[in-house]
Design a protein around this ligand. Sequence first.
Ligand code: C2E
Ligand code: MG
Ligand code: MG
Ligand code: MG
Length: 278
Amino acid sequence: RAKADGGCIAHYFEAAMDSWDRSRRRREADLHEAFARGDLALAYQPVVGVRSRAIVGFEALLRWHHPVEGAIPPSEFVPLAEETGLIVPIGAWVLRQACAEASLWADPVRIAVNLSPVQFRDPGLVATVREALALSGLAPHRLELEVTESVLLAASEANVATLHALRDLGVRIAMDDFGTGYCSLSYLQKFPFDKIKIDRSFVSRLGEDPHSTAIVQAVIGLGASLGIVTVAEGVETEVQFAHLRAEGCEEVQGYLFGRPIPAPQAVGPIRREPDVAA
Ligand code: C2E
Ligand code: MG
Ligand code: MG
Ligand code: MG
């Protein structure tokens, strides 16, 4: 009897795995097709100077409009693209597309592009970035590459070398989601980042939770003493903004200043206002 039951359970799991496998493979095939068909798009979210409250740049964010399911969030399909390696060609397309779009904007306005740690396994990454710049004619100093701490976790030495090679192109390197890893400070020692993006999880509790407030204060202070620009992600309220300004944070990004939009150029020519003293 035990044997029969065991067989039955095994059969049950097999069937469950089969259906899980099938839905996963279907999702993979969908993503492949979406990329080939041009159903992936970029949205651009403004980054604003704290003193001037003017747009200093945009972050490019991937969007997938599924014909049946509608919008699928990057938190679902980026991991899938990473597991299948599809993030390499998709990432190259993102770079070309984002640089081409940014080349339409006024000179100092920058574009930030997210890089997956998986793209660092591709020996062609530096060439891909160089090509995106050359094709678009975008000045390298206007391109910012965002990486997360995980880039410095795995294959650390090789990835640090790649980061240096990327920066030798003249682009800037930002550490994204700062504070969410468990060893953030030590990563600042491994590579001299140009910019730190303070994670939304700290920003959202600014002024409410004394610990988050203290952490944000400390990170901004750290940036100032190391000569690293600090950016706060996910700013949604004037109260959060007031805290960030008081602490000396330089740039902000969040729904308070604008949601990601399809094509900023369509809204009107993007100019950069001169900084005004606060
Ligand atoms: P991220 O790079 O940290 O991007 C910021 C995320 O915060 C975006 O989510 C953005 O829409 C969201 N956000 C911005 N302001 C606010 C706010 O005020 N409130 C709230 N609640 N959210 C805000 P999104 O677009 O869903 O992207 C999620 C993540 O997916 C990104 O996090 C990034 O890690 C990844 N991702 C997006 N596009 C790409 C891409 O082209 N390549 C790679 N490798 N990853 C990407
Ligand atoms: Mg980012
Ligand atoms: Mg981020
Ligand atoms: Mg984040």
